[in-house]
Write a protein of this length. Structure first.
Lengths: 287, 400
């Protein structure tokens, strides 16, 4: 069954309680994520969003690079591909073009997507191939024990920024938008129900959809930067540090200072790459 | 143009022959990045694949290209990329990933002078060790070295076949001269040459294990999106494809990976022997050097000198047995190479001290001249260049 035929036409609604077990590879648990890590929350939102689309597990491929968030594919029961550091989008591009009926979901992190994989990130956005890219953004390299990443805020501590980072940060959403992604959104692990809706919209979007997901690493980022615990991190960074796009319309520029927007930040209509390739083939074949 | 037997004949360059071979073998996906002197492969692929329903994509770099072909291969398509030295360096991690995950694909390296940007439009054979050892970790390598346009076509088909048979990336290694030289070749007719199709699982999806070896054969490889939901990772993994930290499994997995090719090397080896039967002096030459070597051997045979040529079409796994056999028979083996001495060390190792081994190395981006090889065979000094100064022309440097 093609993914398109399986898509539900009813508007999105939250459903609870939800049975995650049919989407999990239960024998592969426990996962490697630390207590207090937000990745599990994001994964649950993702699975609920996938369920809501009605797409079949056989028709979805989950592709990742290297890092904590990139371990996601090993735990979930889809076509799963755990690749090289930074290269998830390049593998995903080949797979999608070879098998256009597959819905591609990429789980990647701030270091994986924006540092080592930065080139593939901007070119994937430019091509607008149909894939959903989840950037689990916890401002640090977790798997290698807390080095600074392209999203580590200035002055914050990491093992490779002992005196506070002096590097300016990337804004994932602005970069995705500038590079040509046709769906750009931000969510947080704290706002997990809102994230679920955002991910649903992202998956349903035809084209490259990037979702920047603010997420906490209490083990490294939290400890180094004197957060008391994981919940304090979530409140300070994910709750107090963001406003929804609707809230933002009622706020002054002063009030918006230092806040990141949540929700759908950018949406555009542009031909999807694989459909363009279909047209190119017809042209080459003189049809 | 057709031959007397009605076969299609074409006057094309090596890079075009590579495309003909790939398409004949069933390649339906190409991802690449432009680089001299391999670019024609990409250009012709871009024109041909859409016509037959195949996929072509120009990626942002060579790293993305190798990753994309592995992704496409997991989607069930026979896939290929082509590059030259600098791009081949960038691809090494991805080639290692394809070895580790046992995903069939073909990588063409049309060698040019290096290191670094070097001399992009001049030939070289200096990637021959990189083709074996470029990726980190112990891994299998199958590397083919055609030395004519017709052979590029045949060896490209063989590369796809070996890749599917052993579920491993296969490298085709030739150089700028072979890539750009035009020769008349005969195109094989459909069905004329054997084409290996990927073995698909015959079990149910719930029973499928992507790395389960049965009867000493590699496991069948399902395609994503066809009901077999499996996991692929570059981490050490068990038969089910999931990561493992079990030391016993890791040892076994790495050994199996390397043995998969090593234990089948006799089936992968392919050599041409030329006047070797009664030879007292042997030449071991591959790729473009083999052309000069063959000319030199023919010339000297006409003068009654007992010299023969061993020409490997499979350079990795290295043809140990053939070299040792030759070493038992001859006094000296001459190894001409367009590098500063790479394969000569393998010849030395494989000859096990049974004869003298001498190299002729040339890296000025002109092919080794038959005269140089003849001089070496006759025990005369080997001049670095045999082209008289007056005909040497200053060539324009072209980046790319």
């Amino acid at each position: 069954m093609s993914t398109q035929a399986a898509v539900r036409t009813v508007p999105y609604k939250e459903k609870a309680p939800f049975d995650y077990s049919s989407y999990m590879r239960k024998g592969k648990l426990p996962h490697i994520w630390c207590p207090g890590c937000g990745h599990g929350i994001v994964l649950k939102s993702l699975l609920r969003a996938i369920h809501a689309t009605g797409m079949q597990q056989n028709d979805i491929a989950i592709v990742s690079g290297i890092g904590c968030s990139s371990r996601t594919p090993g735990y979930v029961d889809f076509n799963t591909l755990h690749t090289l550091h930074g290269r998830a989008l390049a593998y995903a591009t080949g797979l999608k073009l070879a098998k256009p009926k597959l819905k591609i979901i990429v789980t990647t992190g701030d270091g994986d997507a924006l540092a080592i994989g930065g080139n593939h990130f901007i070119h994937a956005c430019r091509r607008n191939m149909d894939m959903t890219v989840l950037v689990y953004n916890n401002y640090i390299y977790g798997m290698t024990s807390g080095q600074s990443s392209p999203t580590t805020p200035q002055s914050m501590i990491a093992t490779t920024a002992r005196y506070g980072s002096i590097e300016p940060v990337f804004n994932t959403c602005e970069m995705a938008k500038a590079a040509g992604a046709t769906f750009v959104a931000r969510g947080t692990a704290y706002h997990c129900q809102e994230l679920e809706k955002t991910l649903y919209d992202a998956i349903m979007h035809k084209g490259t959809a990037v979702v920047d997901i603010l997420d906490s690493c209490p083990t490294y980022y939290g400890r180094f930067n004197k957060f008391k615990n994981a919940s304090e991190m979530m409140e300070k960074i994910e709750k107090d540090g963001t406003v929804s796009v609707t809230q933002a319309t009622k706020m002054t520029p002063e009030q918006l200072q230092g806040k990141l927007l949540r929700g759908i930040i950018h949406k555009a209509e542009r031909p999807e790459y694989c459909e363009e390739y279909e047209r190119l083939m017809a042209k080459a074949q003189g049809k | 143009m057709t031959t007397k037997k009605g076969k299609q004949k074409k006057f094309i360059q090596g890079n075009e022959a590579c495309v003909e071979g790939a398409l004949y073998a069933g390649c339906r996906f190409y991802a690449g990045y432009p680089i001299t002197p391999s670019t024609e492969i990409m250009e012709v692929m871009g024109a041909r694949l859409p016509k037959i329903g195949g996929s072509f994509i120009q990626m942002e770099d060579e790293i993305a290209s190798i990753c994309a072909i592995v992704g496409a291969s997991l989607g069930g398509l026979k896939s290929m990329t082509a590059t030259s030295g600098p791009g081949f360096s960038l691809m090494q991690e991805g080639i290692g990933y394809a070895c580790m995950t046992e995903v069939p694909c073909v990588v063409v390296d049309v060698m040019r002078s290096g290191p670094s940007t070097g001399y992009p439009t001049g030939p070289s054979q200096s990637d021959v060790m990189q083709a074996k050892w470029g990726a980190h970790g112990d891994h299998p390598a199958i590397v083919l070295t055609p030395s004519s346009v017709q052979e590029v076509l045949y060896e490209t088909i063989r590369a796809f076949n070996l890749s599917e048979l052993y579920r491993t990336p296969v490298t085709i290694l030739y150089d700028e001269v072979i890539g750009h030289m035009r020769e008349a070749i005969i195109l094989p007719e459909p069905g004329e040459l054997h084409v290996v199709e990927r073995q698909k699982p015959d079990c149910s999806p719930s029973e499928y294990k992507p790395y389960e070896v049965r009867n000493n054969k590699v496991a069948p490889l399902a395609a994503y999106g066809e009901g077999y939901r499996f996991h692929v990772t570059g981490l050490y993994h068990a038969a089910d494809g999931f990561p493992t930290g079990n030391t016993k499994l890791i040892q076994e997995a790495n050994e199996r990976l390397v043995k998969k090719v090593d234990e089948n090397k006799e089936a992968i080896w392919k050599n041409e022997e030329f006047f070797l039967d009664d030879a007292e002096i042997g030449v071991f030459a591959y790729g473009v050097c083999a052309k000069s070597a063959k000319f030199a051997v023919k010339e000297l045979r006409s003068k009654g000198i007992k010299v023969g040529l061993l020409r490997p079409l499979t350079i990795w796994p290295f043809p140990d047995a053939a070299v040792e056999e030759m070493a038992k028979q001859v006094k000296t083996i001459i190894v001409p190479e367009m590098n500063l001495g790479q394969i000569v060390h393998e010849v030395q190792r494989a000859s096990r001290g049974k004869c003298e081994v001498r190299g002729i190395f040339r890296v000025d981006t002109d092919p080794i001249h038959p005269k140089q090889i003849m001089n070496a065979i006759l025990g005369k000094p080997v001049e670095a260049t045999v082209i008289p100064d007056e005909v040497m022309i200053e060539r324009d440097m072209i980046d790319g």
